[in-house]
Design a protein around this ligand. Structure first.
Ligand code: PSU
Ligand code: MN
Length: 301
């Protein structure tokens, strides 16, 4: 692993660091805006007082923290593949470039000693999983990787109720940030309750400390941060486009790791950018909150 010097210095000095995934840059957001947004996500972490560590595989080597040349390569190259945990070694062996999902970002972050990770939406159980068995490796990975993932819930393209059940089974606590409801990604509220709530970054950091004392810090945690009311998508438009997107995916036979990018792209095109605007707003908010939690964690010792 290559740890960027700024990140390495921060980790050595126990200053706050936030890990950022890169699949959202390469596969989750439209070009050419994705590079600018990637930089804005890093800036949001800095404005919250932490050092950003965007994670990706560059030239076969996992990088913890990217310089601008590498960030550009991940955002713009056509040969960058979406990398989950199982793909990492195959890609590393052949020296390719890969953008990491929440699962593989969590894996490399934990290996580097980073506890807090920010993303847009966590992967989860897909609709129709009863037949397709399509469940994101994000869930299984978090059941054995002790990072806190700050996200706006799971994407509404998923089966939210089933995802919450699996999170329970896998020992991954879900904590609402200033809410008792699990967020719905583009919408603030998915209609499902969460069991726990915190109202400040300090309270979230208290949970991280308690978990170290109790020895449950090998399991992941989800801090669910709803999109701000003024940034939410229109619910009627959301529901229409979701139904159309699911039908289009079914009709064109999209499966496996291509399904999430397909549906996100469908949303972005069909809503003429409204879903992109919501996606950007929520990911920046998550990056900022993740930084504040990392700061509170570092301050508490
Ligand atoms: N959240 C977003 N946009 C994304 C993703 C999450 O706002 O593109 C990506 C993340 O990298 C997540 C992945 O880990 O989608 C889940 O994909 P899959 O269902 O194939 O595991
Ligand atoms: Mn899948």
């Amino acid at each position: 692993m290559r740890i960027h010097p700024e990140v390495a210095d921060a980790l050595t000095a126990r200053r706050p660091v936030v890990a950022l995934e890169s699949a959202i840059i390469s596969h989750g957001l439209p070009r050419p805006d994705n590079l600018r947004i990637a930089r804005e996500i890093e800036a949001a972490v800095r404005s919250g007082g932490a050092v950003p560590a965007t994670i990706a595989i560059v030239g076969g080597e996992p990088h913890i923290g990217l310089d601008d040349t590498s960030l550009q390569r991940i955002a713009e190259s056509d040969t960058v593949v979406k990398v989950s945990v199982r793909d990492a070694a195959v890609l590393a062996a052949r020296g390719g470039d890969g953008a990491t999902t929440v699962a593989s970002t969590a894996h490399f972050a934990a290996a580097a000693g980073i506890t807090v990770l920010a993303t847009g939406g966590l992967g989860g159980v897909h609709r129709g999983a009863r037949d397709s068995w399509d469940e994101s490796a994000d869930l299984m990975t978090l059941s054995r990787t002790g990072v806190l993932v700050v996200c706006a819930g799971v994407k509404s393209i998923l089966d939210v109720a089933a995802t919450l059940e699996r999170l329970e089974t896998l020992n991954i606590a879900v904590i609402g940030y200033r809410t008792d409801w699990f967020p719905g990604f583009y919408l603030a509220d998915s209609g499902h309750r969460v069991g726990w709530r915190v109202d400040t970054p300090e309270q979230a950091a208290d949970v991280l400390r308690a978990r170290r004392r109790l020895g449950t810090d090998g399991y992941g945690l989800v801090l669910a941060n709803p999109i701000a009311a003024e940034d939410e998508m229109d619910r009627t438009l959301h529901d229409q486009v979701l139904a159309a997107g699911l039908a289009a995916a079914e009709a064109s036979g999209v499966r496996g790791k291509d399904l999430t990018p397909f549906l996100l792209d469908f949303f972005h095109r069909e809503t003429r950018g409204a879903s992109v605007a919501a996606n950007i707003a929520l990911v920046l908010s998550n990056a900022r909150l993740a930084a504040e939690v990392a700061v509170a964690d570092a301050a508490g010792g």
